[in-house]
Design a protein around this ligand. Structure first.
Ligand SMILES: [Zn+2]
Length: 703
């Protein structure tokens, strides 16, 4: 790895952050350099600090420690991501013999110079006690590879040289901070401190020195490993695992089944589902088919910090049966034995430590599947991605370590202390209330139009991950860019497919499952219209409208059934029907008849899918126009004709429809979205029902 420090870029940074001290701006610059290198830190791991002299409110000089906020990602940290703390006070804490977690948190909170700044890193005291102006800390893979080997201490010494101190693993907080500073005081020539099974600290009086020392020492570890590895094989391929007969379908089947097996009741009684993330780079595939896979999956994390993201062990699945029931059995057995292991680990640690804690859910987060690669789980998509990234790095690092010597797992006691540390669990946001549809994946057809957009917006607001589909890609892109701006990039996916073509729908559902783990909410919404009286209606036009509105609803429902079956966690189909089903209009035969057919097939689906716990309900909107940004494709098409018929302009037409209903309400796409959320949230035990969203049209009352 080479130093990414660039004087020009550093100067630009200082210019960009002209309202903060130059030293802090440079601190942000080198923090980004570290955060953007996944071989150094991953997702909020590691931390950095700078010590500044500043005037307080009385114009007195005060030493302030700016340290990274807990869980803040170094790659994107901004000034607000640092917490400024009264340094001279923090230094006094060194005189204490012990400090409880609550008291440490309290003291750090009290010493903030800005009350709104984030909770400081759990390693804040270490940064405070060391005298250096700049301190950088990472969990570099290569350093961990060496420290986690049988003779880790001597290997690190040999690789990094004499200007490095090596300390045994100590839990972060006051004990580690005191240990590190006294070690430093014994030899003030050292340029770095390595903590076994944890990571490396470097320091300096300027940002470049501290950062480049990090690069220098990590490089030393890397080249030592490279040299030692020469000629050694990473894996021994297995010959006893035959490849799958149906390799094409396997990844989606496994992801859907896995996700279903791991869904469980939360404490509030709701079903808690995971999102899945799949990784299948060639080296991971080879590893999954190696003799080393089983042992390596269960030999533990590289550093205890990772345990809250990945749990300490991964699950290795070495066979993927072609039959769905057999596959479910295999996955169930593996998950059950993991849960048993996790309960035992938890109980044993409580007993050994004589303490009481609330057990986290016992479900695995990372699976390695022979021939398929890695699947990780997370309650949010971000969590699933973090677990996958950490697992990938862990596998690669442990393969290297395994080729170099004996890998020594970190003892359970250390893992437990970190996993059940309140300051660490805070990163999981366990206490914040879970949005209604978090954990669920919704697919909306006709996602490029006004109603599809309105539905997506409401589902996103309630925590679901939404997949918008349409045949019109530019419209899809536009809808996505608006929604990503409002929500997050990881919550919105788009996929173009043609609802009139069943194989195209099947393929899309397979792709969605590979990407997200499965599907829970299906919204057949794609529709087209054609205005013509029966005597003028071209039979081919009728076929086209039926293909999208009726057949398209059928294909979407049909393709979802195998997904629901494999998941075994129920689900919701919410069909966007029409007011016209109950109250058709002249010259609107193709639309009304095809929508009525779709409505009827949805009722049949309600009858047939109830045994899977899948509810099928219909929403009957009327006159949803959309806005200038995302218009209604239906009204783009029929609006001009309707305006001409009634001698109205666009605004006049909207008013006409508003005044036509009992409540004199403008019906908006978000109203349809609210109705979808009502059904998708399982608020009532309802299936086969129709809900009008039309402001009240007596002729269209469902009956
Ligand atoms: Zn650390």
């Amino acid at each position: 790895m080479i130093s990414a420090f660039n004087e020009t870029a550093a100067k630009e940074f200082v210019g960009h952050y002209s309202d903060i001290p130059e030293e802090l701006a440079l601190r942000i610059y080198t923090s980004h350099l570290i955060g953007r290198n996944p071989d150094l830190v991953l997702h909020g791991g590691g931390n950095t600090s700078v010590k500044l002299n500043q005037k307080n409110i009385f114009k007195e000089n005060q030493e302030i420690l700016y340290v990274k906020g807990s869980g803040v990602d170094l790659a994107t940290i901004e000034p607000e991501g640092f917490s400024g703390l009264d340094l001279s006070f923090l230094r006094k804490l060194r005189n204490l013999d012990s400090l409880s977690d609550d008291e440490m948190e309290n003291q750090l909170e009290l010493r903030k110079v800005e009350s709104s700044s984030p909770n400081p890193s759990v390693e804040a005291l270490l940064h405070a006690f060391l005298p250096h102006k700049y301190i950088d800390h990472t969990h570099a893979d290569s350093v961990l590879i060496l420290t986690n080997l049988k003779h880790g201490r001597s290997l690190i010494k040999e690789a990094l040289g004499s200007k490095v101190s090596v300390l045994p693993y100590t839990m972060s907080g006051l004990p580690l901070a005191k240990e590190v500073v006294s070690q430093y005081e014994k030899n003030t020539d050292v340029e770095a401190i390595v903590i076994l099974n944890h990571g490396i600290f470097t320091f300096g009086e300027d940002p470049r020195t501290s950062y480049e020392r990090m690069i220098e020492y990590v490089n030393k570890a890397e080249s030592f490993i490279k040299k030692e590895m020469r000629g050694k094989a990473l894996i021994t391929p297995r010959t006893d695992i035959s490849s799958f007969k149906n390799m094409e379908a396997a990844p989606a089947r496994v992801a859907q089944t896995l996700r279903g097996v791991c869904a469980h009741q939360a404490s509030n009684g709701n079903l808690r589902r995971f999102y899945a993330e799949t990784r299948n780079e060639p080296d991971l595939l080879n590893f999954s088919l190696s003799r080393e896979a089983q042992t390596l999956c269960t030999s533990g994390v590289l550093t205890p910090d990772h345990a809250i993201r990945t749990k300490n062990k991964m699950v290795y699945i070495e066979s993927v049966p072609d039959n769905d029931n057999d596959l479910k059995d295999v996955i169930k057995q593996n998950v059950e034995s993991f849960k048993k292991y996790y309960h035992q680990y938890f109980q044993k640690q409580l007993k050994n430590k004589g303490i009481d804690r609330k057990e986290l859910d016992p479900y695995p987060r990372v699976f390695l599947i022979a021939g398929l690669g890695l699947i990780s789980l997370g309650f949010t998509r971000k969590d699933a991605r973090i677990a996958a990234d950490i697992a990938e790095h862990t596998i690669r690092a442990k393969l290297n370590a395994g080729a170099l010597g004996e890998y020594i797992p970190i003892i359970d006691s250390h893992i437990f202390d970190m996993e059940y540390w309140s300051l660490q669990q805070r990163k999981l946001h366990l206490s914040s209330s879970t949005p209604l549809l978090q954990g669920q994946v919704a697919v909306i057809t006709g996602g490029g139009g006004a109603i599809g957009f309105g539905i997506a917006d409401r589902l996103l607001a309630t925590g679901a991950v939404v997949v918008l589909s349409d045949i019109d890609e530019p419209r899809l892109q536009k809808a996505r860019s608006i929604l990503v701006e409002k929500y997050s990039e990881s919550q919105v996916e788009i996929i173009a497919f043609d609802v009139t073509n069943y194989p195209s729908v099947e393929k899309a559902f397979d792709k969605i499952s590979r990407k997200l783990g499965g599907i829970d909410i299906v919204i057949p919404n794609a529709g087209i219209a054609h205005v013509a009286r029966i005597e003028d209606l071209d039979p081919d036009k009728l076929d086209q409208v039926i293909a999208v509105n009726l057949k398209g609803t059928f294909t979407t429902i049909k393709a979802s059934i195998p997904v629901f079956k494999r998941q075994g966690t129920g689900g919701n189909i919410v069909v966007i029907s029409s007011k016209n089903v109950f109250d058709p209009g002249v010259a609107f035969g193709a639309y009304s008849a095809s929508k009525a057919g779709a409505h009827q097939i949805s009722k049949i689906a309600a009858l047939e899918l109830a045994e899977l716990g899948v509810r099928v309900n219909m929403i009957n909107p009327d006159a949803v126009f959309g806005d200038e940004e995302i218009s209604s494709k239906l009204w783009d098409l029929i609006g001009p004709d309707r305006m001409k018929c009634r001698g109205l302009d666009c605004q006049g037409l909207k008013e006409y429809y508003r005044n036509r209903n009992l409540l004199k309400a403008s019906v908006l796409a978000e109203h349809v979205g609210n109705a979808v959320v009502f059904f998708a949230g399982n608020q009532t035990p309802t299936t086969g029902a129709s809900l009008p969203v039309d402001g009240g049209i007596p002729a269209a009352f469902p009956r």
